[in-house]
Design a protein around this ligand. Sequence first.
Ligand code: UT7
Length: 334
Amino acid sequence: MTAIHIQGLGTYVPAKRITNDDLASRVDTSDEWIVSRTGIKARHMLADDENGSDAGVKAALLALEDAGLEPGDITHVLTATCTPDYLCPSTACILSGKLGTHGAMAFDLNAACTGFVYGLDVARGLLAGNPDAKILLVGSEAFTRRMNWNDRTTCILFGDGAAAVVLTDGDAGTPRACLPSAARLRDVQCGADGRQYPLLTVGGGTARNYRPGDPVQDDFYLQMQGREVFKLAVRSLSSVCAQLLERNGLSLDDVDLFIPHQANLRIIEAVGDRLKLGADKVFVNLDEYGNTSAASIPLGIGDACRQGRIRAGSRVLISAFGGGFTWGAALLEF
Ligand code: UT7
């Protein structure tokens, strides 16, 4: 029986910080509206000469340092992203080339904002088949590159960032920099309802038959039916968390910290109410980063460790939802 552990974690957020007031100078919005409807105060943006793969490399180097490993030790590179550098090659291959994990299997995984949780489930399967594997799972997003800066209903929500973890079979000792202890992946559960795919789309794929010289259409950017996504998010997060806890014979009293996908504070509060979780057990950092999609949960784990809210012995529930429509939850025991 494999006992998968997160052995190291690293995070990276670009230096350029965009405040709500900055956005209010571009579209008809205000700091008051954005904070009261979303909880977001700022988001970070990649520099012009920096791509999602570069952000991923920076996070990955820190994760390797935390795990006490070298790039050459890695056997698999998985990048969870829905804003890849290119349709092909994968961001995982580009990142692998820059990082020096030559020869390791490398591929992207697109489950939108649930990508990191899906990645844990995929890594669990890979480690079951190959207990010697050392897997680098990177959530990296460049969402500001697909924002329609004329659409006030979406451009206020998203930011760029990356976070990476190293997954191994067994606990190889105390991490060196970020995590207070290795974290056992106790269980993970994921699902999707593809009938809901039109609710959230990011263009640039082959669904639209662009010809040379065609102007970019609005569907090139992120498009979202926010209210519908909001309702589905609250329902799916609450139910996948309840199911995961039940099948592990646990209740919310057994959870020390809940780290939900950071999309909207009102979604997080509604899920907390449904699950009857006190606000002190719910982690929030979207005020500073906005929605960083597949990077959101590992960025949250990193911040929670640095703030001392995750300690050796903590049991942490993570849960995400996203385009697709996808959802997932996992239990981590530090
Ligand atoms: O990772 C998955 C990503 N997606 C999500 O998690 C999104 C989930 N949905 C949401 O977070 C919310 O639905 C939004 C934040 C997107 C929107 O909040 P809302 O409370 O659902 O607002 P609404 O769409 O019902 O719009 C209310 C009003 C509208 O005006 P009218 O029609 O009432 O006159 C909008 O035009 O607010 C207006 N509005 C804005 N006003 C100022 C929408 N965006 C803005 C804005 N600034 N940025």
